[in-house]
Design a protein around this ligand. Structure first.
Ligand code: CAA
Length: 258
């Protein structure tokens, strides 16, 4: 399927979704957000996709929500349309693992989009920030909540109140990104990581995603119980029998997602 604001390629069971509004540093306008929702839903439904990578350009993953598109909105427009609500809820429905591969600016909604993915691999050129305060607003796609969970209250307050940018080294140090790689290796590293995930049982990967995400939504005790019940349930799968037999027989498992 052809998109106006995205380039989507599927290779080796990985869908690589590239945000493609170079003239606006991939600012998230309504067209891009709608297409991204469609592309992620299509990848989620496609048997030829087992993992998704979302990336931008060398200069920008995304420089935020589109300020030109937003600037004249009234409260009534924003509230009535639930600005960014529907798009992001759609995005979060995806059950397959999503990696954000971030080079350059990931600001405002760009940082928030990266944080909505399952983990972030950053190029050494990446710069993260929540500079909405400079525009007279607060973050609107979860930044005050997700960044705080990633990096803690003190650094999150610092980022949101000053609008400063965090480089890749600081992002890795503070737990926002899982690893930093040289910029020229970003896509190959992200694709290799995604391919590694495609070799696992897709069923188990889905369970991992649900269990880790549950830690954001619930108490520790309830989360641990949810995890334990999932663990128990997976003993009903062929992939558990295969995974454990393969280990004991000293061979690679052949998972069948069942
Ligand atoms: N929305 C719309 N257009 C944007 C944009 C954005 N968020 N960010 C950059 N652009 C456009 C610029 O207007 C410019 O377009 P023109 O050439 O037509 O003027 C083009 O992209 C290139 O940008 P710059 O000339 O500014 O590039 P630079 O290298 O000098 O600076 C930058 C790069 C530091 C990222 C700067 O563009 C910038 O500060 N952008 C805005 C960042 C921002 O405030 N993001 C938060 C948006 S609000 C938000 O996201 C709310 C939310 O939580 C939902």
């Amino acid at each position: 399927m052809a998109y106006e604001t995205l380039i989507v390629e599927i290779e080796d069971y990985v869908a690589l979704i590239r945000l493609n509004r170079p003239d606006a540093l991939n600012a998230l306008n309504s067209a891009l957000l709608a297409e991204l929702g469609e592309a992620v839903a299509a990848a989620d439904a496609n048997d030829k996709v087992r993992c998704i990578v979302i990336t931008g350009s060398d200069k920008a993953f995304a420089a935020g929500a589109d300020i030109k598109e937003m600037s004249e909105k009234s409260f009534v427009d924003a509230f009535t349309d639930d600005l960014f609500g529907t798009n992001t809820e759609d995005f979060l429905r995806c059950r397959k693992p999503i990696i954000a591969a971030v080079a350059g600016y990931a600001l405002g909604g760009g940082c928030e989009l990266a944080m909505m993915c399952d983990f972030i691999i950053a190029a050494d050129t990446a710069k993260f920030g929540q500079p909405e305060i400079n525009l007279g607003v607060v973050a609107g796609i979860g930044g005050t909540q997700r960044l705080t969970r990633f990096v803690g209250k003190s650094k999150s307050m610092d980022m949101h109140l000053t609008g400063r940018f965090m480089d890749a080294a600081e992002a890795e140090r503070s737990g926002l990104v899982s690893r930093v790689v040289p910029a020229n290796k970003l896509i190959s590293e992200a694709m290799a990581t995604a391919r590694k995930i495609t070799e696992k049982s897709a069923l188990t990967a889905m369970a991992v995603k649900e269990a880790v995400n549950r830690s954001y939504e619930t108490t520790l005790r309830e989360g641990v119980l949810f995890e334990r019940r999932l663990f128990h349930a997976l003993f009903a799968t062929e992939d558990q029998k295969e995974g454990m037999s393969a280990f004991l027989e000293k061979r690679q498992p052949q998972f069948r997602d069942r």
